[in-house]
Design a protein around this ligand. Structure first.
Ligand SMILES: C[S@@+](CC[C@H](N)C(=O)[O-])C[C@H]1O[C@@H](n2cnc3c(N)ncnc32)[C@H](O)[C@@H]1O
Length: 289
């Protein structure tokens, strides 16, 4: 199994506060960023919502010799009270999120994330809870689907309505069970792969409540960060970056917080040339005074 290249690793390490004993990494995957921090001196609590990703991370952490003295928790990073209880840690020095899906999600056909592989239409990070895309599509009605596409796509109203009607008409005679059921419907309506990818992304964000989890984290993280500690968030989509930007701005305006970087941090050209996954990354860091 190959480990992917981490995005803005140097910047992530540079943003650590001088005194840094306890780190929370809310988005584990291959544990690249914070495995570089974990040592006898720095303890990291690793969180990922996806058990498949945790199983993979364990293989890497074991080969790095880190598995025996780390804590791994399978929850959403927004579940800070449970994470704090489980890890017996009330305050962190550095809280780090690197938010998005990851390439492994798209490689595993049976997770349903990829438009290119045939598999069950699921797309949940945590398959033990909530509704899969397949279940949603079985139960949803016009307004719900239209609102979903209005929130998570840039389709115009007429186009949106046409897609929603086309999905609901199909459902009268054929259930959407697999990714290819959705793909075939889209292809027969002359939708290309780009549009289909946007539809898949909208369903994925919806079933995982991705923006809602980020908002919850931003409402809660303050009480788990010690004074002088920093919260660092990397995003890959303008929706998420905006949520982080305005939430940090509000904290600074209310006092007791300062921005570590006045301007958003983006990867250097050389990094993007080597790693395409970095091209849309944005990194913001705030410090508790
Ligand atoms: C871009 S990857 C993180 C990469 C990681 N920094 C590394 O070095 O390998 C994002 C990870 O966040 C996880 N994730 C997404 N939403 C989450 C949530 N609400 N809570 C916890 N983990 C989440 C995904 O399962 C995925 O493994």
């Amino acid at each position: 199994m190959r480990r992917h290249a981490p995005v803005m690793l140097t910047e992530t390490l540079e943003a650590m506060p001088d005194r840094c004993d306890f780190v929370l990494d809310g988005t584990l995957w291959h544990a690249w960023h914070t495995a570089a921090m974990a040592s006898r001196w720095i303890q990291v609590v690793w969180v990922d919502r996806d058990t498949h990703m945790i199983d993979k991370a364990k293989i890497f952490l074991e080969s790095d010799g880190l598995l025996d003295h780390v804590q791994i928790v399978q929850w959403s990073y927004a579940d800070l009270s449970r994470i704090s209880q489980e890890s017996a840690r009330q305050m962190f020095d550095y809280m780090f999120l690197d938010i998005w899906v990851n390439m492994d999600h798209f490689k595993e056909a049976d997770r349903g994330f990829s438009i290119k592989l045939d598999g069950e239409l699921d797309m949940r990070f945590d398959t033990s809870t909530g509704m899969s895309v397949r279940e949603r599509l079985t139960k949803t009605h016009f307004e719900e689907l239209d609102t979903l596409f209005a929130k998570y796509t840039d389709f115009g109203q007429k186009y949106r309505e046409w897609i929603v009607r086309s999905l609901l008409d199909t459902r009268k005679h054929k259930q959407f069970v697999t990714t290819y059921d959705l793909r075939e419907r889209a292809q027969s309506a002359w939708l290309g792969d780009k549009k289909l990818a946007v539809i898949f992304q909208a369903f994925r964000i919806h079933v995982n409540n991705e923006l809602g989890e980020l908002e919850l984290f931003l409402e809660r993280f303050m009480e788990y960060l010690r004074p002088g500690g920093r919260c660092a968030i990397m995003t890959y989509h303008s929706w998420e970056d905006k949520i982080v930007k305005y939430s940090f701005k509000e904290l600074v305006a209310n006092g007791r917080w300062k921005l570590y970087n006045k301007k958003v941090i983006k990867p250097h050209r050389q990094e993007v040339d080597k790693n395409k996954a970095a091209r849309s990354a944005k990194f913001r860091i705030i410090e508790k005074i």
